[in-house]
Structure formats: structure tokens, C-alpha cells
Design a protein around this ligand. Structure first.
Ligand code: ADP
Length: 264
């Protein structure tokens, strides 16, 4: 059975200024199985975050149903861990207390919090930094803290909204390797929002290519590439070419066709 099921979901937003509504998502259906790593890929404004927010329970469909573990989503829950572009850490708390933050909210004692945080601190490669404060860490390290915090709740799914968007290219590539290792080790199911084609193809077991206005799934691709993935390989670039073709707006395709005809 699918862990996440998105069944004919549409989302309209009222545009009060123009007196009309924006169709952010139009009849989107998609199923995510246990241990899948699904990347939602598409241009800015195609509804990726809206879809992720509905799985998280921060937003709700205008039509259709989003369910996790067979239950329709009504609100955020501990079965879904969320990692945003900014790690949103508490600057006054050391790494381990940030990782264990949710446990403090539920009244777990300090010694147990410390012990439970350690496993995930090690999983994200931050051993030795337990007592550092967020301001003493790099952007990539802070994102690792955010990932450890999400993992600690042992969620059924981890939802990530451009978590490496603010990182430089080299750090981003390092984080991709780390995230794939963490995903394998934790056996989690991940939905990852990105507008980067290389990022989606480097990470996903599946890539859902979306189109903008209205947001729809153009194609759900299973990515059959060995790991670690080599973005310079022929197979990788075959996928990339196909994705670029899917992302190219229809009118641009027609224009290109016209240019070709003229040149012939
Ligand atoms: P993406 O994550 O792909 O960049 P979003 O999901 O943020 O796209 O947005 C999809 C569309 O919905 C955009 O046109 C955006 O302007 C609109 N939208 C998103 N959230 C709201 C909102 N709260 N109110 C009005 N329009 C919104």
C-alpha cells in the first residue's frame, strides 16, 4: 500500500487584488510507496510547495484527498517530519537540544533527550558538535541538524522543501551524498521539492516533473541509475534531456520547431 496517496487534488487560491482565483494545482494524483525518494521538480510557482504543505498538513486541498498511511490529512503530525530551506534552529540551544527539541515539548527528561539525540547526531555526521551553537556551524551543518531533528521523531515520511537551496554547489553535492546515505540507513520515505534538474536526478528513486499554471504532473519517472550517480554519465544525461523536453513550455517547443523548419 502507498504511504502517501494524493488523489485528484486541486488547490485554488483567491487573488483578492485581481478579483479572480489562481489554480495552483489541478487534479494532481500521485502515490508514494514506502522507502521511495520522490523529487517534485518544476519551475517556480508550479505548486511544489503547495503540494508538500498539504502532505505536511499546513494547507488543504480545494478538491481531492491527500492521505498518509491510509488516513486523510487534517493537520500536521509526528508521522511527518519537515525540513525547510532554512533550518529554523533555536539559536540559544546547542545542537543536541535542537535535535531533541520535540522531545522537550512532550516532557521527556533531559538525560533521555540527550541519549536519543545522539544516534541522529551521529547519523548526520555531527559527532563532536553536540554542544556547539547554530551560529558556530556552517549552513550545511545547520541543515544536518534540521534533518536529525526531523529523523528523531521516526516519522513515516520526511518532507523537504528545497533544503539545500541556500548552499554553495560543492556543499550541496556533499549533502546529496549524505542525504542518500541517511535515507538508506533510516529506511525513510522522502518527498523532496526542488527546481534543480541535476539535484532531482541525483537523489530520487522517482522524479515527478510538474508544469506551471495550472500545476500538473507532466510525468512521473522512475530513475533507474546506479548510486552514487554520475551527472556526467550518458544515462544521467539521457534522463536530463528528457526532463528538459518536458519542462520546455509548449510555445517554446513550437518556436523551436519553426526555426528548424526555416533552417531546413
Ligand atoms: P512552487 O513551490 O512550485 O514555487 P507554490 O506552491 O509556492 O509554487 O505556488 C504555486 C502557485 O500558487 C503560485 O502561483 C503562487 O503564487 C500561488 N500561491 C501559493 N500560496 C499562495 C497563497 N497563500 N495565496 C495565494 N496564492 C498562493
Amino acid at each position: 500500500m502507498a504511504v502517501i496517496s494524493i488523489d485528484r487534488v486541486s488547490r485554488l487560491f483567491d487573488d483578492a487584488q485581481r478579483g479572480n482565483s489562481v489554480i495552483a494545482l489541478d487534479e494532481v494524483s500521485i502515490e508514494v510507496a514506502r522507502n521511495d525518494f520522490l523529487c517534485l521538480l518544476g519551475p517556480s510557482g508550479c505548486g511544489k510547495s503547495t503540494l508538500l504543505n498539504m502532505i505536511a498538513g499546513f494547507d488543504h486541498p480545494s478538491k481531492g484527498v491527500v492521505s498518509v498511511g491510509g488516513r486523510a490529512i487534517a493537520k500536521p503530525g509526528a508521522d511527518r517530519g519537515v525540513v525547510f530551506q532554512q533550518a529554523n534552529l533555536m539559536p540559544w540551544l546547542p545542537v543536541w537540544e535542537n535535535v531533541a527539541f520535540h522531545l522537550q515539548m512532550t516532557g521527556v527528561k533531559k538525560a533521555e533527550r540527550r541519549e536519543r539525540a545522539q544516534r541522529f547526531i551521529e547519523m548526520v555526521g555531527l559527532r563532536g558538535f553536540e554542544n556547539h551553537f547554530p551560529s558556530e556551524l556552517s549552513g550545511g551543518m545547520n541543515q544536518r541538524v534540521g534533518i536529525a531533528r526531523a529523523l528523531l521523531m521516526n516519522p513515516a515520511v520526511i518532507l523537504m522543501d528545497e533544503p539545500f537551496g541556500a548552499l554553495d554547489e560543492q556543499t550541496k553535492m556533499d549533502m546529496h551524498g549524505e542525504l542518500v546515505r541517511i535515507w538508506r540507513e533510516s529506511g525513510s520515505t522522502i518527498v523532496f521539492v526542488t527546481h534543480g534538474i541535476d539535484e532531482a536526478l541525483s537523489l530520487g528513486t522517482h522524479v515527478a516533473v510538474m508544469s506551471a499554471r495550472p500545476g500538473r504532473i507532466r510525468e512521473l519517472m522512475a530513475i533507474d541509475l546506479d548510486r552514487p550517480r554520475d551527472p556526467t554519465s550518458r544515462q544521467f544525461n539521457d534522463y536530463k534531456r528528457h526532463v528538459l523536453h518536458l519542462l520546455r513550455p509548449e510555445d517554446a517547443k513550437e518556436r523551436m520547431g519553426a526555426v528548424k523548419l526555416k533552417a531546413a
